[in-house]
Design a protein around this ligand. Sequence first.
Ligand SMILES: [Zn+2]
Length: 99
Amino acid sequence: MNRKLLDILACPKDGSFPLDLHVFEEDDEIIAGILVCPKCLSWYPIREKLPEMLPDDMRDEMEELAFLSKWKDLSPQKILTAGKPFNLNKKAQKKILQP
Ligand SMILES: [Zn+2]
């Protein structure tokens, strides 16, 4: 994802703008990271350079939790504990360990 996209991306749920960007991997563009809505704490993954801003019901919970888990050391704490629609609170941790 090109950083310039931040100038146009808003939270699909509440229109909040701008979104917070947390970069996990970057070369000429952002390869992996998350976009976070500071208002509702929804987060959206950037995977293989593409920001995925899907409605909650089109997101795969297990896949999203695995993504968050993989990058937990670089993710903001508030998203790990209270991010929407998925986060790594105790209930979610259990699901990952016992699929
Ligand atoms: Zn929002």
